[in-house]
Structure formats: structure tokens, C-alpha cells
Write a protein that binds this ligand. Structure first.
Ligand code: DHE
Length: 515
């Protein structure tokens, strides 16, 4: 009898799910905020490209209970469990068609802040070059911190789900912040006010700023494009349709600034090519002119006689991404698709010169370099193995494999400190932060400031005297440590603080930090 009831209710559940029309439910309950096309409105885009990247509660849980500190309401009283399940399944289905998102659509999305008026000097006493930006993903805000006193000077709302490092103009006055839905927000650090925002892609990866600070590149998965914006007014300068030599349209995994080369470097997800785009109007003749396809309303990029935005392709044996660059930007190491090797590419000659055995998904984008034993080494964490690999950047030999308490995500150091800080992001020891001696390459201390909480990502102040660590929880904190004594100096409550970014370290391309 019990088995019959169980079968019957299961049958009833399936019948409900089958009868629930998710498209109609979406139109009735979700479209007003998330867009009839699921590409976002006041709420974020509901497409698999974005949703599968989101950490946190399951979709059906979010629909049932709402999302704390956001406008997302709970639907437990409005919808049946089967309807919620059907909706959760519906938004995971890829869109039938990716709408055009070229120069015209991007331009139309521009929102200027009517309340913004530029200040002629900073409106505060603190050192403007020692400010920190702390991205609080818990409630989609950024806190601006005084890097000497560690007081919060401003806290502003960002677009939903900021990812990657904000990028600063070379003098450190303006900063650009990107969300996974492709919104780019411009903020004035002197006025402590948002300038405006624009949607440069539908699903984006990261941003990079040109050496002269005039151009901002946005790497997109959707559409397969690279958008270049003018940093002055957020207008669209170019939209590159990212098409490999064999005609394949490729996602852009990431875009990086190469300051010594005065160029952007692009990692292509779906093609065995690395792209280099000149940001120097007098670029080297190795850059070819780039003529666009006219698909999808992309603007036409004529070959530029001055060389600005001219393209150079570097062909590789296989698609590689997640790049670490040597500080002179002559070499990069990219991760091979099998997650077990690093491929070294010499950017000057444009070819692969070495391979490194790096099993367990090396996270090369988090790699940092420093001098140890008179040679320049780099280290990378591994997302699937409890180890750090240390590599000699002249001989491309593995110097050391350092065992850790679990797989890590981020590494940090500074010119003025003797230590490298390495988090343990995954597993039972995610509350641990290793401090490693740069010379001996040994762990000298393991900090555990909040038992059982995820403790991750470090950034130093401009002088390397303090290290700021995130307690990566909804009711989290940023903990300020004395970088020498490793003692706690201050604890600031924050909502799931992810990355922290010091203006000086970023604009000077300080050793030991991300760029
Ligand atoms: Fe990131 C930086 C890619 C998952 C938090 N991440 C970056 C960058 C890239 C990247 C290319 C460099 C951007 C830059 O600063 O210009 N991230 C990826 C992935 O491919 C991966 C593994 C899968 C994905 O979801 O796309 C991934 N990243 C995550 C997360 O799950 C994290 C932990 C939480 C989140 O916010 O999504 C996360 N990524 C970060 C942070 C940075 C970052 C905080 C900036 C680090 C820095 O110090 O500069």
C-alpha cells in the first residue's frame, strides 16, 4: 500500500511538472525583472552561461526562498514545488538564439549617473593611491577603504555578480568594474561617485585597460566578441567579432594588458590561437590590419594605418587559457585543456617554447613571481590538488612542489615582504591561510582566523606593511594583518568579501599581485 502511495505521488509529481508550462510561468513571474528574453533587466540574466558559474544555493532554493539582501522575492507561497522545479529547469536551457549585441545595442544600454559631477581634487584626506576596493559579492557592493587607517570611506552598489579584478586608469583616479552579465561600471575615486555603466557583453569574463588608460577591453563569452570602450565616456570604439583563422567563432576566456608591449593579449577558449591587439597607434608591423565580418551588427573595423587595434595572431598547438605572464611580458604560461600541463609561449617570436607538467588544474591566472635564490621563480596553485608548483622562469624547470592543506585559489605577495600568502580554498581546511617564506620556499605559519569559515584572497597595502585577508562568508570580514609580525590589526565586517584591490599595487604592476 505504502509503495502504491509513493508511486502514485511520484506519478502525480511528474504529471504536475509535465503540466506546468515553464514558459508561461516565466512570462508571468520572472520576465518583469529578468527580461522577457532571459537576458536580464533589474534582475540578472537567467541563462546557463551565467547560472552555472554562480556559487551558492541551488536555483530551486533561490526561487522558493528568495535571495537575501536583493529584490528577489520568495515564491514558496505563490508557486507549487513542481512549478518551481520546472522553472529552475527552464532557465538552465540555452537560449534558442543569441540576440545581436553589437555597437548599437551596447551604446543604447549606456546609463549615465545624473548626480555625478567630477571633483577637481580628492574629496577626502586619505592617500588616494593607497585606497583599496573591496568587492562584496554577498550583497553586490564595493567598499572603498582608506589603506592607512582601514576605515570605509564609501560603499556603493555594483551590478549583480562582479567578477575579476577592477581596473584602474594609470593615475589611479577612475576604476572600472565588470559583472558576469557584461555590465561595466565606471567609478570616480576622487569624487567617490559612480560615473555611469554600460552593458558591453551579454556574458562576460573580465576587462583590461590599455597602457595609456584610454581604452577598456571587455572579454565576452556571449556574443563571441571583444568590446573596446573609450574610458573617457564609455562610448564603443570597436567590437571585434572573434573569429579564428579557420573561421570558428570563439569565446574569449580573458583579456590582459601587456604594458611593455602596449597591447591587449586575448586567450581564446575555442581556437588554438592567442590574439594580441595593439593599443599603441604606432604599432609594430607584425600586427596585421583586421577586417571584420559584418555579421550580427558588429561595427566595421578597417585596417588602421596608425596600428591602433591592429591584430596579431599567435598560433598554438591547442587552445590554451588562464595566462600567467612574466613581468617583462615576453613569455606567458597558459593552461592546456587536459588540466595537466602548462604551455610556455614566447610572445616575441610568437611560438611555444616549453611544456611543464602541472597536473591537477593549475590556476595560472593566480600565479605570481618573485626572486628566490637569485633567480626569478613563479608559483601557481592547483584547483584540484593540495599543492603549489614553483617554477624557474629562465629554465622553465619545476623548482619545487609544496604540499598544502588543500587546493588553493589565490596567491599574493609584495616587493617589501619576505612572505607569499596562499589560501586553501577547497576542502575541510578552507579556513587555513598559509604563509610561505620566499627564500626557503617553506610554509612558516598557517593562520586560521575563523574556524570553519572560508578564508581566501589577500592584498597588500602600497608599502607592503599590511596584508588584508577575506573571510569569504555572507557575514564575513576583511582582516588586516601586520605583514611582518603576522598579528591581526583590525577586523572589518563585510558581506562575502571576495577580491581586494590596492590602487598603487595595481597601477605600478607591483610584483606579487594580479594585474
Ligand atoms: Fe575567477 C579573476 C576566470 C571562478 C573569483 N577569474 C579571474 C580572472 C579570470 C577568471 C580570467 C582574471 C580577471 C581579471 O582580473 O582580469 N574564475 C575564472 C574561471 O574560469 C573560473 C574558474 C570559472 C568561472 O566561473 O568562470 C572562475 N572566480 C571564480 C569563482 O568561483 C570565484 C572564486 C568567485 C566568483 O566571484 O565567481 C572567482 N576570479 C575571482 C576573483 C578574481 C578572479 C576574486 C580577481 C582576482 C584578483 O585578485 O585579481
Amino acid at each position: 500500500m505504502i509503495r502504491f502511495i509513493a508511486f502514485f505521488s511520484c506519478f502525480l509529481g511528474l504529471a504536475w511538472e509535465a503540466s506546468a508550462n515553464p514558459e508561461a510561468l516565466y512570462a508571468e513571474h520572472c520576465a518583469a525583472c529578468h527580461g522577457a528574453d532571459r537576458l536580464g533587466g533589474t534582475g540578472p540574466a537567467l541563462i546557463p552561461e551565467t547560472l552555472k558559474r554562480m556559487r551558492g544555493p541551488k536555483l530551486s532554493e533561490v526561487i522558493t526562498n528568495g535571495r537575501v539582501i536583493t529584490q528577489m522575492p520568495a515564491f514558496s507561497e505563490v508557486l507549487k514545488a513542481e512549478e518551481i522545479a520546472a522553472l529552475a529547469a527552464f532557465v538552465k536551457v540555452p537560449l534558442k538564439e543569441i540576440p545581436d549585441w553589437g555597437a548599437e545595442q551596447i551604446t543604447e544600454s549606456l546609463e549615465r549617473n545624473a548626480d555625478y559631477s567630477p571633483a577637481s581634487e580628492p574629496v577626502f584626506e586619505a592617500d588616494p593611491l593607497n585606497l583599496f576596493l573591496v568587492v562584496e559579492t554577498g550583497d553586490h557592493h564595493v567598499s572603498v577603504l582608506d589603506g592607512d587607517r582601514f576605515d570605509v570611506m564609501d560603499r556603493f552598489a555594483t551590478p549583480f555578480a562582479v567578477h575579476g579584478g577592477p581596473k584602474f586608469t594609470p593615475e589611479g583616479r577612475f576604476v572600472f568594474i565588470m559583472s558576469r552579465d557584461g555590465w561595466v561600471q565606471k567609478y570616480d575615486l576622487w569624487s567617490l561617485t559612480e560615473v555611469g555603466r554600460i552593458r558591453a557583453g551579454l556574458n562576460s569574463r573580465n576587462i583590461a585597460i590599455s597602457k595609456d588608460g584610454k581604452h577598456l577591453a571587455v572579454a565576452n563569452y556571449l556574443p563571441r566578441s571583444l568590446t573596446i570602450l573609450s574610458t573617457a565616456d564609455l562610448s564603443v570604439e570597436r567590437v571585434f567579432d572573434v573569429r579564428a583563422k579557420d573561421g570558428t567563432l570563439s569565446r574569449v576566456s580573458a583579456v590582459y594588458q601587456a604594458p611593455q608591449r602596449d597591447s591587449f593579449i586575448l586567450a581564446l577558449k575555442d581556437a588554438p590561437e592567442i590574439w594580441e591587439i595593439a593599443t599603441d597607434p604606432g604599432a609594430d608591423p607584425v600586427f596585421e590590419g583586421y577586417v571584420h565580418s559584418h555579421e550580427k551588427g558588429m561595427v566595421e573595423a578597417l585596417p588602421s594605418s596608425e596600428g591602433l587595434f591592429a591584430l596579431r595572431r599567435i598560433e598554438t598547438g591547442e587552445p590554451i587559457d588562464d595566462f600567467f605572464f612574466t613581468p617583462d611580458y615576453r613569455h606567458l604560461i597558459g593552461a592546456a585543456r587536459d588540466g595537466a600541463r602548462g604551455v610556455v609561449v614566447n610572445l616575441n617570436v610568437g611560438r611555444e617554447i616549453a611544456e611543464l607538467p602541472l597536473p591537477g588544474l593549475p590556476h595560472l591566472g593566480s600565479g605570481i613571481s618573485w626572486f628566490s635564490g637569485g633567480r626569478r621563480v613563479m608559483a601557481t596553485p592547483h584547483l584540484k590538488e593540495a599543492r603549489l608548483s614553483v617554477i624557474d622562469t629562465d629554465s622553465w624547470q619545476l623548482v619545487k612542489t609544496l604540499e598544502t592543506l588543500g587546493p588553493g585559489f589565490f596567491l599574493r605577495s609584495h616587493e617589501n615582504t619576505d612572505f607569499v600568502w596562499a589560501d586553501v580554498f577547497f576542502g575541510p581546511n578552507r579556513d587555513a591561510m598559509h604563509v610561505i617564506d620566499k627564500e626557503s620556499l617553506e610554509i612558516v605559519k598557517t593562520l586560521r582566523p575563523v574556524p570553519d569559515a572560508t578564508v581566501a584572497h589577500v592584498e597588500f597595502d602600497r608599502n607592503g606593511r599590511h596584508a588584508l585577508v577575506s573571510v569569504w562568508e555572507q557575514e564575513g570580514a576583511v582582516i588586516v594583518y601586520d605583514a611582518k609580525t603576522l598579528k591581526e590589526v583590525k577586523r572589518l565586517p563585510m558581506r562575502k568579501p571576495s577580491g581586494k584591490y590596492n590602487v598603487w599595487n595595481k597601477i605600478t604592476f607591483s610584483d606579487g599581485t594580479s594585474h
